[in-house]
Design a protein. Structure first.
Length: 324
């Protein structure tokens, strides 16, 4: 019988050792929650001790000391292993507790961080909204100010326009009044100036001088000429054509002649350039006129034509044409 308990004790001890390494192997028959070293100690440690005690009881007296020694050693080993298991379990529990606390703390920290970020985001959005509203208000104020200024400007311009129109109306009325108040001498001067322009062309200074020659004062003569509103460029063109109808001229000579008659250089130049004159033909005519009343050498006639304003090329051409 003692051998039987010894075998059971050894089996229990073997299961105990295996269970301390891999509890799930020897406790596969128990619930998942009890597959731990603690229950290995409880089940197999206790069984080992119990079988050793039964082995000791059934062992003959000669073997009691050895069995007792083995039982003590087994109990001490079991206690040591139980202690180690308890410390290991305590360490595991402490780690799990620390892990749980760390997770809880991380969760709290995450919630606080999320709350802080939400508050900052809300603050930022509020600032952005305030900025947008301020910009919109500033824009609205600027538009209102611009509108107000535009209205003021329009009002000022309208007043200025009305003032200008009133001044123009007053000026027109004054001119009408002055026209109606025209003296007899001025009326006669106007009539005579128009008569002169009806049969010949004049420059402005030339027509004023002609009226003064007729006995009108400078003021009345000037009044009459300016009242007619003459196109002096057209007068210059007509005068230039009249000169060309009875005499030959170079371009510069004709401009100078028109200036001598009182036309401005601009009007004289305009008139000459608008006649489309063949200046070489004019040089030929003038060369022939000179030869008709006096003798010239070839070079002398060329110089005379150049003096009259013709280019050397046109003068040489004219002299060749008259056979000199």
């Amino acid at each position: 019988m003692d051998d039987f308990f010894l075998i059971l004790s050894l089996i229990s001890f073997l299961a105990f050792v295996i269970g301390m390494i891999k509890p799930g192997i020897v406790l596969s028959w128990s619930p998942e929650a009890k597959r731990k070293r603690k229950y290995v100690v409880i089940y197999f440690g206790t069984a080992t001790v119990a079988f050793f005690i039964l082995f000791g009881i059934t062992t003959p007296p000669t073997k009691e000391i050895a069995v007792k020694s083995e039982v003590l050693e087994t109990e001490e080993q079991a206690e040591e292993e139980a202690k180690n298991e308890a410390e290991e379990q305590a360490k595991i529990d402490a780690e799990e507790q620390a892990k749980k606390e760390a997770e809880e703390q991380a969760k709290i920290d995450a919630e606080e961080q999320a709350k802080k970020e939400a508050e900052e985001q809300a603050k930022k959005e509020a600032e952005e909204q305030a900025k947008i509203e301020a910009e919109e208000q500033a824009k609205k104020d600027a538009e209102e100010q611009a509108k107000k200024e535009a209205e003021e400007q329009a009002k000022i311009e309208a007043e200025e326009q009305a003032k200008k129109e009133a001044e123009e109306q007053a000026k027109k009325e004054a001119e009408e009044a002055a026209k109606n108040a025209e003296t007899m001498a001025q009326t006669q001067a106007v009539q005579m100036a128009q008569d002169y322009l009806n049969y010949t062309s004049f420059s402005r200074p030339g027509l004023i001088a002609q009226l003064e020659y007729e006995g009108f004062g400078n003021a009345d003569a000037t009044y009459a000429v300016d009242k007619l509103q003459v196109d002096w460029q057209a007068q210059a063109v007509q005068t230039a054509q009249d000169y060309l109808d009875y005499s030959a001229f170079s371009r510069t000579g004709l401009i100078q002649q028109l200036e001598f008659k009182g036309f401005s250089n601009a009007d004289a130049t305009y008139a000459v350039d608008n006649l489309q004159v063949d200046w070489r033909a004019q040089a030929v005519i003038m060369a022939q006129d000179y030869l008709d009343y006096t003798a010239f050498s070839r070079s002398g006639l060329i110089q005379q034509l150049e003096f009259e304003g013709f280019s050397n090329e046109d003068a040489a051409y004219a002299v060749d044409e008259v056979g000199l």
